[in-house]
Design a protein around this ligand. Structure first.
Ligand code: HEM
Length: 423
């Protein structure tokens, strides 16, 4: 499908290490702090969009998340809902997801099928893969070429790709593989980052609609700690532990990548009496781990409360003075913190976790402080229509479309939102 040089499917080796280094350089804990003003700005705009058109919250979430990630990657600002690049990215991700979970399709299990021509009946997946490849090629080349042109004309805005191209120019050598790496790197960030983040953010609105008592408790915490004259900021994070409990419970109840990405063993290993041959595919069932009844009693219940007494000092230390999450390579168990497994494992662990942790916390805290989230009321029957806890069964689990009612908590809150948007 054209994804073969992106990090999640790169085999361990020099190229893999190079891409991980580039990820660390641009998305590591220190690096992401430079995105903070942009993140705050985008979240403020999101609040404004929610205030203006609350029913369109799903497209606002897309614009917030895709906008932020495209902005950091290419310096391209998504100005409207019909932005061509954001639309193309959405299309390619939708098409790829529809081809099935990585490592679990018939073609993954019987790779020889790849050699059967696409026109043979029953090879629909191959036809789809070829179609996807064309869109992937386009989405990889178009924004990358735009950054190059902008650099040439001196109009490029700061971005990860522009930065990597600057470094490449300074190297003063022609290295086509390196240029390809930069191009693929851009695509890796948004392909891995957008839908996963959108999934958790949309699940947040679903759960807040279904569990009004959680909204009330979060608002009570915010009101007592921050008051009602301003909205919470990341610096307040340590004093608002319940918001963190909600985030942990969101990760637990519906990990966006329930099976992570498949890994492959690089040598033969003995594990608890089993021999795992070199090259075996290993799929971690994150979803199941999050539903282990011994660790999480009544696992289908959304209960941020279950994390309150598990907030150990270790987690406290994982936040820096500004409330930003630090990778301490901590040995937290899933019980202590579901975010210790929702981002995967070992040297493949998600490099976007610092970026996303800040965005999710900030968005949730500001939304809960300023809006009530309630069930949708059918205008004809006047009855409540609750969302169903249902998700698309794709590689990235995404809530099925649902409706909810999002209203400012009061006229004062509405003014506060407007003031934030104007800032
Ligand atoms: C709630 C949001 C997110 C979740 C739950 C999530 C989860 C994951 C998981 C489970 C993996 C597989 C790790 C493994 O193989 O063990 C992964 C990989 C990855 N994620 Fe994320 N992710 C999220 C957001 C992001 C963001 C925002 C970015 C980029 C800005 C990102 C970039 C990546 C990349 C590049 C990989 C591949 C790493 C590799 O194979 O070495 N992710 N993520």
């Amino acid at each position: 499908m054209g994804w073969e040089f992106t990090l999640p499917v790169l085999r361990y080796g020099n190229r893999f290490r190079k891409h991980r280094r580039m990820m660390q350089q641009h998305l590591g804990h220190q690096a992401v702090t430079s995105f903070r003003p942009m993140q705050e700005d985008q979240v403020r705009k999101f609040l404004g969009h929610l205030l203006a058109k609350p029913d369109n919250f799903i497209s606002h979430i897309h614009r917030l998340v895709a906008g932020m990630i495209i902005l950091i990657t290419y310096g391209h600002e998504v100005e409207s809902d019909d932005d061509a690049l954001a639309g193309l990215v959405e299309r390619v991700m939708y098409m790829t997801a529809s081809a099935g979970s990585v490592g679990t399709t018939l073609m993954d299990l019987l790779p020889i099928l790849r050699h059967i021509p696409a026109w043979v009946p029953g090879m629909g997946l191959k036809r789809l893969a070829l179609e996807i490849r064309q869109v992937v090629d386009k989405v990889m080349v178009v924004p990358f070429s735009e950054v190059k042109e902008e650099k040439a004309s001196g109009t490029a805005r700061p971005s990860i790709v522009a930065n990597l191209l600057d470094e490449y120019e300074e190297m003063n050598v022609v290295d086509h593989e390196h240029e390809e790496d930069i191009m693929v790197f851009g695509m890796t960030i948004y392909s891995a980052g957008i839908d996963t983040t959108k999934s958790t953010m949309t699940t947040f609105f679903m759960m807040m609609t279904l569990y009004p008592e959680v909204v009330k408790r979060a608002q009570a915490e915010i009101d007592s700690v921050i008051g009602t004259d301003r909205l919470p900021a990341l610096e307040d994070r340590r004093r608002l532990p319940y918001i963190d409990c909600i985030l942990r419970e969101l990760y637990r109840i519906q990990p966006p990548l329930p099976l992570g990405f498949p890994h492959s063993s690089t040598r033969t290993e003995d594990y608890r009496g089993w021999t795992i041959p070199n090259g075996s595919m290993a799929i971690a069932n994150i979803w199941q781990m999050m539903r282990d009844e011994k660790v999480f009693p009544d696992p289908d219940m959304f209960s941020p409360e279950r994390h309150i007494n598990r907030m150990t000092a270790k987690r406290e230390f994982a936040l820096d003075g500004d409330g930003e999450y630090i990778d301490d390579d901590s040995d937290l168990t899933v019980e202590e913190d579901p975010s210790s497994i929702v981002f995967g494992f070992g040297r493949r662990v998600c490099p976007g976790k610092f970026f996303v942790d800040t965005v999710l916390w900030m968005t949730m805290a500001k939304v809960l402080a300023s809006f009530d989230i309630k069930p949708y009321i059918d205008p004809v029957t006047k009855l409540e229509e609750l969302p169903l806890f249902e998700f698309e069964n794709d590689a990235i689990c995404y809530p099925k479309p649902f409706k909810c009612t999002i209203v400012p908590r009061s006229a004062k809150h509405s003014q506060m939102i407007q003031a934030e948007v104007r800032e």
